[in-house]
Ligand binder design. Sequence first.
Ligand code: NIG
Ligand code: FE
Length: 419
Amino acid sequence: MENVDLLIHSAAQLCVVPAHNGPQRGAALGDLGIIPDGALAAHQGRIVATGRAADLRARFRATNEIDATGRCVLPGFVDPHTHLPWSGDRANEFEQRLAGATYMEIMAGGGGIMSTVRQTRQASVADLVADNLPRLQQMLAHGTTSAEAKTGYGLDTAAELKQLDAMLALDAAQPVELALTFLPAHAVPAGYSGRTDAYVDLVVTEMLPAGAAWMRQHNRPLFCDVFCEAGVFDLAQTRRILETARELGYKLKVHADEFEGLGGTALAVELGAVSADHLVRTPPADIQALGRGDTVAVGLPGTPFGLAHTEYTPAGQILAAGGALALATDCNPGTCWCESMQMVIALACRYMKLTQAQAVAAATLNAAYAIGRGTEIGSLEAGKQADILLLSVADYRQLGYRFGTNLVEMVFKRGQRVI
Ligand code: NIG
Ligand code: FE
């Protein structure tokens, strides 16, 4: 008998969600690798083996044994696109939108992202930590064990670095592991209105180098992201920012095609970005590009839902082109205040027309690839980090089908029970 820290056994279904030598692409999306009467052994935070309960119980003795009878076991969800951390809220703007104003009209009038920028600039690092810890706690309780977080509510060098410092403190303060993104090109701040190129100059000459220095100082990698959108940063400005970022050692992400398709997705593929996100109005040529490159397409169905729009990421077309599709919340105070990947799965099944199996693989393995961590997290394969969910139900197909309540009963992060 081998001694291990953790043995979860007798699961009605144990979903391995195996990597396909990378993410699950195109028609291959939805391979959950289900083991009935399944078991998993983990030691020192890593998965040692998965298999049939009878086999693993004969092989391993564990300090912590969990009987998962009648339960489904899954990899922890990975949320590869959030806008944590921020301060304040915009419930007033939601009320304006219900009365007919559009998101971009509110933004053009100085509200929207700039409203959260004003609130976030006033917050200290300690305030940001206090405001955002409960959100991370909700994410964890709903099964998210790793997430991405972005700046973008500072929009000046000091306030953007303050958001990075807050992310580092939040990462250390609770179990959800954070991948960090620098997004100084999230909006054109007051003082630069009508002078977007002057702000882009500031981004490339001062802000990106400051972020790169922060990376070296803290020995933490950063993604650089840009909101490539009509009326915000056009394709040429996006290219300038991303090419500069790449030279400075950032990995890349792009907000593309949320409201209009400007070519941001094809640019992301061309520059070797790790992901291109939103992709609601993606031109056909850009969808084909996703099939040829390694950039993961991240669908954020909570965002059109949050905006009460009717167009969603065309998942069928992306998969038909052979693309790798992931899901994320976009959790932010403007378009989609939602911490739950379970809710995102429910929306993706209905409006992106994914099966539950496709949505689960997109929210775990492929989502891990969307933050460049696919070889470490996102599946229950031996050698990977033991980030594990136990659902209160026996069948993974309850995910997506049911919504609005929490089906996650236990969460393990690096083999430790955290919920
Ligand atoms: O992904 N599109 C830009 N950023 C966010 C919204 C952020 C906000 O409104 O505060 C998004 O939808
Ligand atoms: Fe976003």
